[in-house]
Design a protein around this ligand. Structure first.
Ligand code: UT7
Length: 334
């Protein structure tokens, strides 16, 4: 079976933008907050610092708007030409009111509709499929996809197993129809709902609405069984990447970059090793930003944008709550 993109119109990423808050939370800072140390954090996660949006009056939309404005300004884009805004996030400003709708209004995308996409750390990966298929279907010409998370709003800073990993950030990409011949090529996505036991926020949804007990029991903070998540992340990201490579006839020699979700440097290294990829072909910035959930992939693209050329072969891979995971193949268009 041929999985290659059958559409004559290929959706390509044509612009990238990002925003990270100024405030840094270093390992030395965390040493003062919980029983941990720089050596342990660096050895077990590869993280040295993360960014935190400290202003309590600002939500995820603040960073999403900044990332979109960075993209718009750098590329001289008319926001009224944007037809859809998708925000992948686990930390929307509010339940019910779509953060993407607010972002679209604030950036002047007055002809766009907006919606949020929740697939945890796989949110941006799945969002790329949404955006590119909207373009490839021929109905839309410019779709803005943003990955943004204010993880500090859901992390328990007395829990040393989670607070050392996460940070706040936003990244944005524009998908457009491209005549370059390059763009979204293939995707392999999976999920397993049994995984929700191991990575979740228990309360605040319809299953456990907010109550006195839920607040007192700390059920609104992020919980993870790190070891289990780690194990699944390595095996499933590897399997998904292998599927994508096999069916698109690409290998460690012909891939330009692996673009992996940044959850733990040991996960990234293990996946790269299993697909025989050398370190110079693996995008990574976890050292400086930690795990920013839906923002990791576009933040990597922002950091590596200047190194990319038309035709470069990028394999994306992500794993997150749900469980959700997958891999995708995109050829760079500029
Ligand atoms: O984005 C997708 C979702 N998240 C992930 O993909 C994260 C996946 N998991 C992980 O990254 C890792 O499991 C963690 C970084 C969360 C934990 O690393 P680990 O190597 O799996 O540690 P562990 O949970 O096996 O704990 C080993 C030891 C334990 O002590 P004992 O029982 O051996 O005495 C922990 O209590 O390390 C201890 N520990 C810590 N020590 C210092 C756990 N957290 C810390 C800490 N500082 N922050």
């Amino acid at each position: 079976m041929n999985y290659m993109n059958p559409s004559p119109i290929k959706a390509a990423i044509t612009a990238v933008g990002a925003y990270v808050p100024e405030d840094k939370l270093t390992n030395a800072d965390l040493e003062k907050m919980v029983d941990t140390n720089d050596e342990w954090i660096v050895a077990r996660t590869g993280i040295k610092e993360r960014r935190i949006l400290k202003d309590p009056s600002k939500g995820t939309s603040f960073m999403a708007i900044k990332a979109a404005e960075d993209l718009i300004k750098k590329n001289n884009i008319d926001p009224t030409e944007i037809e859809a805004v998708i925000v992948a996030t686990v930390t929307p400003d509010m339940h019910v009111a779509a953060t993407a709708a607010y972002v679209a209004s604030k950036i002047g995308a007055t002809h766009a509709f907006g919606y949020d996409l929740q697939a945890a750390c796989s949110g941006f990966l799945y969002g790329m499929s949404n955006a590119s298929n909207m373009i490839a279907g021929g109905r839309y010409r410019k779709v803005l996809l943003i990955g943004a998370d204010k993880m500090s709003s859901i992390v328990d800073y007395t829990d040393r197993t989670t607070c050392i990993i996460f940070g706040d950030a936003a990244g944005a990409v524009l998908f457009e129809a491209s005549s370059s011949g390059y763009g979204w090529e293939d995707e392999y996505f999976r999920s397993d709902g049994n995984g929700r036991l191991f990575l979740n926020i228990k309360a605040g949804g319809s299953l456990f609405p907010t109550s006195k007990e839920s607040i007192e029991g700390g059920m609104h903070n992020l919980y993870q069984d790190g070891k289990t998540v780690f194990k699944f992340a390595v095996s499933e990201m590897t399997h998904a990447a292998e599927q994508i490579m096999q069916r698109n006839d690409i290998d460690a020699n012909t891939i330009t970059y692996l673009v992996p979700h940044q959850a733990n440097k040991r996960i990234i290294d293990a996946v790269a090793k299993r697909i025989n990829l050398s370190h110079d072909k693996v995008m990574s910035n976890i050292e400086y930003f930690g795990n920013t959930t839906a923002a990791t992939l576009p933040l990597l693209l922002r950091d590596y944008e200047s190194k990319l050329s038309p035709g470069d072969r990028l394999v994306f891979a992500a794993f997150g709550g749900g469980f959700t995971w997958g891999a995708a193949y995109l050829t760079w268009a500029y």
